[in-house]
Write a protein that binds this ligand. Structure first.
Ligand SMILES: *Cc1c(COP(=O)(O)O)cnc(C)c1O
Length: 439
């Protein structure tokens, strides 16, 4: 499979090129030259495979320059630290509806499903090309700890992570800053997640090329993450498919996870509607419902991982210049959207605890609430409600709503460990100078 820049169709690259350089010169993103539907017989033949073999069969189609044996081995090593040997699992909520749990990885978030292989593949490639790799990452919470877990043991990889000060949960911060290694650097910015993303987008042209190092980003602008996530949509849709398509409710921030679902649909898997669930930061909902591209000021909420004002994967699928009613109507065949306001998120967490004795994290609750409120019932498709994190990571926010919840001992230990991180103002120049010193 070949790729091109979405702004320049003539800029054609292979997988390793785009894996090692996330952003083309024109500052847009890379996308497959063409996404072909798999044929039905091929899709059916995948039905009986376990997650690892299934994943190999999808991923292999997107990589054109690593041997099949190698791809399989790298994937196998990626998933051996998962708490559930099936990698993902789901259980019935009611009737035709299921909660899809993607959080069985070492840092208890769906992000592990993509970031574990990312570390292993990068380490492999770094040895082949004989260069060290310096990775930049902005995190609104879960990407950071997942990336650290994936990269911490590789000497030839250095990881520099930016998080917005006080805008992620205490536990999320400690999951990152208590892992003290020579190759891990945590940087806290007195600003919001948008500014940390700004740093990532602009850092590459501010640091000199180096013959022994490669600089890359592992944010959701990284294409490999998108296809690694596509796998669980292909896999889970096939598991439940008999004759009804499957709808997915997805808590959405940067739109990476929902983009993955859309690609799974384009590949021919039995996916119906993708319901994009926003909190107060509802760029996507305004786009799908009102055809508006609003540049609203970021609002900080109880669900920080989806506090994103302009989702960076938006342009992978949509062309801002073409935004007209007809264009959006076409995409409404694939996507629905919803906004769950902060107040409602808080009420819902309380409601599900009081009525069902269930505690959901403040992101998963957006998809749950959307499902119970709207239950997009114009079709009787099967529904998957996507769970993106565990409540324990948001213990303090949830404790304010449900005062008598108890803490799990594993996480408690984190509080005894020493933290290491640097704090900076929103000053790009000063930050760049610091980066130059540590790389
Ligand atoms: C990253 C994250 C999301 C948002 O995923 P996107 O791909 O950015 O839309 C949702 N929930 C949690 C818990 C996350 O960590």
């Amino acid at each position: 499979m070949y790729y091109n820049s979405i702004n320049n169709k003539l800029n054609i690259k292979n997988f390793i090129n785009i894996f090692l350089k996330n952003i083309p010169k024109d500052k847009s993103l890379y996308f497959p030259f063409i996404i072909k539907k798999f044929n039905k017989i091929y899709i059916n033949s995948l039905k009986k495979l376990n997650y690892l073999n299934f994943s190999f069969n999808i991923i292999n189609k997107f990589i054109n320059c690593i041997s099949e044996e190698e791809i399989f081995l790298l994937l196998k090593n990626s998933y051996n630290k998962f708490y559930d040997k099936n990698i993902i699992n789901f259980y019935n909520l009611e009737n035709n509806s299921y909660l899809l749990n993607l959080n069985n990885g070492p840092t208890l978030t769906f992000k592990d499903i993509a970031l574990q292989p990312l570390g292993i593949f990068l380490n492999f490639i770094s040895k082949i090309i004989n260069k060290k790799i310096i990775i930049f990452c902005a995190t609104s919470g879960d990407t950071g700890s997942s990336a650290i877990n994936s990269f911490k043991n590789y000497e030839n990889i250095k990881l520099i992570i930016f998080h917005p000060f006080n805008m992620i949960s205490n536990i999320q911060r400690k999951q990152m800053t208590t892992i003290i290694r020579k190759n891990i650097f945590n940087i806290s910015i007195l600003g919001n997640f948008d500014f940390t993303q700004y740093i990532i987008k602009n850092i590459f042209e501010n640091i000199k090329k180096h013959k022994n190092y490669l600089f890359i980003s592992v944010n959701s602008i990284n294409w490999f993450r998108i296809i690694l996530q596509t796998v669980y949509y292909c896999y889970s849709s096939l598991k439940l498919y008999t004759n009804k398509l499957i709808n997915y409710y997805i808590p959405s921030g940067n739109f990476g996870n929902a983009t993955s679902a859309f690609i799974a649909k384009k590949l021919g898997f039995p996916i119906g509607k993708i319901i994009v669930c926003n909190n107060d930061n509802n760029y996507l909902d305004n786009f799908f419902k009102k055809s508006l591209l609003l540049n609203k000021k970021l609002k900080s909420t109880i669900s920080p991982a989806i506090d994103i004002s302009i989702p960076s994967n938006f342009k992978r699928i949509f062309n801002k210049k073409k935004i007209k009613k007809k264009y959006i109507n076409f995409y409404n065949n694939f996507f629905y959207s919803d906004t769950i306001l902060n107040k409602t998120i808080i009420n819902s967490i309380e409601y599900f605890f009081n009525i069902y004795k269930k505690i959901y994290d403040p992101h998963t609750i957006t998809s749950i609430t959307s499902f119970f409120n709207n239950n997009i019932n114009n079709n009787n498709n099967i529904k998957f409600i996507v769970s993106t994190s565990y409540p324990i990571k948001f213990f303090y926010s949830i404790k304010k709503i449900i005062p008598n919840i108890k803490i799990n001992l594993n996480i408690k230990n984190i509080f005894l460990l020493k933290e290491k991180y640097k704090i900076f103002n929103q000053n790009f120049k000063i930050i760049i100078n610091y980066i130059k010193k540590i790389i």
